[in-house]
Design a protein around this ligand. Sequence first.
Ligand code: GDP
Length: 217
Amino acid sequence: MGRLRTRAASPVPNVSTPIFLKSAAAPADFPADEGREVAFVGRSNSGKSTALNLIAGVRRLARVSRMPGRTQLINFFEVGAQRRLVDLPGYGFARVADETRDRWRELCEAYLTRRRSLAGVIVTLDIRRGLTDLDAELQRWLELRGIRIGFLLTKTDKLGHAASLNREREIAAQLGPRRDLLRFSALSRLGVPEARRWIDAWLSADPVVNAAEDRVP
Ligand code: GDP
């Protein structure tokens, strides 16, 4: 019945329920670079797995882990014909060996630089913590390559309404003008429909244009 699914039946309008495709520890394991995909990336413990599960509408798609840095794998999920969601390993965890950190960099840089089907990246930021140096480095790095970014300010429920709006303003100022950001909460589901709309739009158009040259610095 998959083909008869209506738009309303799916949490992301043009996207069907995700099916796990594969885990990749090296670029050779990435699935064929065709169609379009959206990747989730964020500092460890920033709520990335929780956000991905909620947005995809699947309870345990990405494993919510209390053991940061364990997996240095990129997980691919199919959400339609040549449409994928991709879970990148978290970064910035304390107490990991340099070797683990280097492996993260190598694997994720290989993915983010070579992946032609990458239509956009969702970056999770804990709203209380805001933009750390590593997040800012990732932002600069993605923007240099013209890769579209949507920032989710996660765990908004941990702040009061006024405080969360203040934090949003502060983080927006750190990110710079015309950046896409959303206050997000897994608890209240704040921001979930909007995040789904981003992903739906990014996965819909064809072909991918990561046009760094179109960007005004
Ligand atoms: P990851 O390491 O970035 O994938 O982070 P996780 O998704 O594992 O989340 C880290 C912790 O934060 C877990 O205990 C989650 O239950 C919690 N968490 C994630 N998102 C939210 C949120 O929106 N609100 C609250 N209150 N807790 C959250």
